[in-house]
Design a protein around this ligand. Structure first.
Ligand SMILES: O=C(O)CCC(=O)C(=O)O
Length: 300
């Protein structure tokens, strides 16, 4: 695994392609979740998508009690310990698509992480992002959740070079922290993919505004993918998987049911927006700068 600094690989700025977000139901049966995810991924590929996203915790209901039971070990050289990643590798290879494989509970030694695996269009594992900001919240009478009771936080920023360009990766609560998005943008990301499961209290208030803010701040595409809503579980998802463009505009979205959401990505449009509004040039780097103290790009 090589670590790179801030020099992102170059890529054609005129690149255009279709992205798809698979908003799916998650059941208590892992094998059924894997089968169902494959079905939606294949439908997305059949629809012409070259980059396809799954949501946070797509193989496991979102519950501290279940993360450990559903967890898998992810060995980049031998995915046999991870049926979920094995399926992602197969689909990305057979359909020649880049997959941002949502997140699953990952077991690593005595730790559990919420981990997103990114597969290149040759079926190879390209990167692994472990959720950096864990969701610990206490709003009396509304919402109490402590992800850190079971999960360990990752400590690396992930920007991955793929056939469809440089992708920044964040998981759910990571979207609230503009620093992560700014660092991805500074290192050349064109799209930031957030795999998420915002729930019914915070979703209506913050979900859309956070996506628009991250896209606008950085003048790039933001793509989010949520599970479909299941009101029988505690952490029912808000849904509304969305693609936001570099001008903060919603390009495609959906409600809370299952859906495959498609949108067109055009990197030339990012350059156009940045020419119209030259935020990067106007930044007062003589007054402020953001320093990244962790590893920045992981290639596997
Ligand atoms: O930040 C929020 O409001 C929701 C975050 C969340 O649900 C999560 O990180 O799983």
């Amino acid at each position: 695994m090589a670590e790179h600094g801030s020099s992102a690989c170059s890529h054609p700025s005129e690149r255009k392609y279709k992205i798809a977000l698979c908003q799916l139901f998650v059941s208590k049966n892992k094998l059924e979740n894997i089968r169902h995810a494959r079905e939606l991924l294949e439908a997305a590929a059949d629809g012409g998508a070259k980059l396809i996203l799954l949501p946070e915790m797509w193989n496991c209901p979102y519950s501290n009690e279940l993360f450990s039971l559903f967890a898998e070990e992810i060995d980049a050289d031998d995915l046999s310990g991870s049926p979920s990643c094995g399926m992602l590798a197969e689909v990305s290879r057979s359909r020649k698509v880049t997959l941002v494989g949502g997140s699953i509970p990952e077991r690593f030694g005595s730790h559990l992480y919420s981990t997103c695996c990114v597969f290149g269009s040759n079926g190879k594992l390209r990167a692994r992002h472990r959720k950096v900001h864990l969701f610990d919240v206490d709003i009396p009478g509304q919402l109490t959740f402590k992800e850190s009771a079971t999960l360990t936080a990752g400590d690396e920023l992930t920007i991955v070079d793929t056939d469809v360009g440089l992708l920044g990766i964040g998981i759910c609560h990571d979207i609230r922290f503009p620093e992560l998005a700014i660092l991805c943008a500074e290192r050349g990301a064109d799209v930031i993919c957030y795999l998420a499961a915002f729930e019914m209290n915070t979703g209506p208030l913050f979900w859309e505004v956070l996506q628009k803010a991250r896209a606008l701040d950085n003048q790039l595409y933001v793509a989010t993918c949520s599970p479909a809503r299941d009101l029988t579980i505690n952490h029912a998802a808000w849904g509304h998987s969305t693609v936001v463009g570099p001008f903060g505009e919603i390009l495609a979205t959906t409600g809370h049911e299952e859906a495959v959401v498609f949108a067109d990505i055009d990197y030339a449009y990012i350059r156009e927006v940045r020419l119209r509004l030259q935020l990067e040039k106007q930044k007062r780097k003589d007054m402020y700068q953001l320093v990244c103290v962790s590893n920045c790009i992981r290639h596997i």
